[in-house]
Design a protein. Structure first.
Ligand SMILES: Nc1ncnc2c1ncn2[C@@H]1O[C@H](COP(=O)(O)OP(=O)(O)OP(=O)(O)O)[C@@H](O)[C@H]1O
Ligand SMILES: [Mg+2]
Length: 240
């Protein structure tokens, strides 16, 4: 397996991008994802119009005390990229998360720029969800999972639950590696970023839940994900 880290690139943040006439390469619940029109190695994500306000309106009253911006996924992701685990620039971390280069103005709202991952045929990289449903948990994937969780443990990267559609399986020579592209940040109210002793157990919980999720993705899905979480079946030793 190659240990080289992908290089970062120079990004022009001062140009206005016209995205409205382009087709996004992917759409999530919260954001539209575009390939940068002039720098094909970059991804530009914009929030779905009005999504943050709609989420704010649906929130319980105590959450309405927060600003509408705090419901903006792009903004939350940008803030989460400032966390100590990323700022520390720990060797190896860039094999598993994209670099976040900042904001550009677009005709569809503020665009957050990160690395863009493609397959050999230039199509967007497979997600882990795609990979599990087509190839299953094969040897290549086990090695990639082991490297990924070792990085989470080493860096104590704070993430939400690690969902297979938010993780890419990126070709890496003859091997593959996992890259988290969504779901950065904390689910907890504890000051995880300040105290390593809190971050460690939090990361372990995310890892345990990750294996429960993989186990469920590989099952016939006869039970719901909510039920699978309660049963808590799926362990590191089954996949690594
Ligand atoms: N940097 C990237 N390179 C390649 N593909 C990507 C990249 N970022 C996102 N994708 C693809 O786009 C999809 C949607 O992106 P993303 O998860 O960031 O959107 P979202 O709206 O925040 O998602 P969600 O539905 O989980 O809220 C991903 O599932 C993935 O398939
Ligand atoms: Mg997503």
């Amino acid at each position: 397996m190659t240990n080289a880290e992908p290089e970062s690139c120079n990004v022009n943040l001062y140009e206005d991008l016209k995205l409205s006439e382009m087709t996004p390469f992917a759409e999530g619940d919260h954001r539209l994802c575009y390939q940068h029109p002039r720098q094909p190695e970059l991804c530009v994500k914009v929030n779905r119009e009005g999504k943050d306000l709609a989420l704010w309106k649906r929130a319980p009253f105590y959450k309405k005390l927060r600003s509408v911006k705090s419901f903006n996924d792009n903004w939350q992701e940008y803030l989460s990229f400032q966390q100590p685990a990323v700022a520390a620039n720990t060797p190896g971390i860039w094999r598993h998360i994209p670099r976040c280069y900042g904001w550009v103005k677009t005709d569809m709202g503020d665009g957050l720029i990160t690395d863009y991952y493609v397959r050999e045929n230039h199509e967007p990289a497979w997600t882990l969800a795609d990979y599990l449903s087509t190839q299953g948990a094969d040897k290549k994937l086990s090695a990639a999972i082991a490297e990924f969780i070792a990085c989470l443990r080493k860096t104590r990267l704070i993430t939400k639950n690690l969902l297979p559609h938010n993780i890419l399986v990126v070709e890496d020579g003859k091997d593959v590696r996992l890259v988290l592209i969504d779901g950065f940040g904390s689910l907890s109210r504890l000051p995880l970023y300040r105290f390593k002793c809190l971050a460690g157990p939090y990361v372990e919980k995310r890892i345990k839940r990750f294996f429960v999720r993989i186990n469920w993705e590989l099952s016939d899905k006869a039970i719901t994900w909510e039920e699978a979480q309660k049963r808590n079946i799926g362990d590191e030793k089954d996949f690594v």
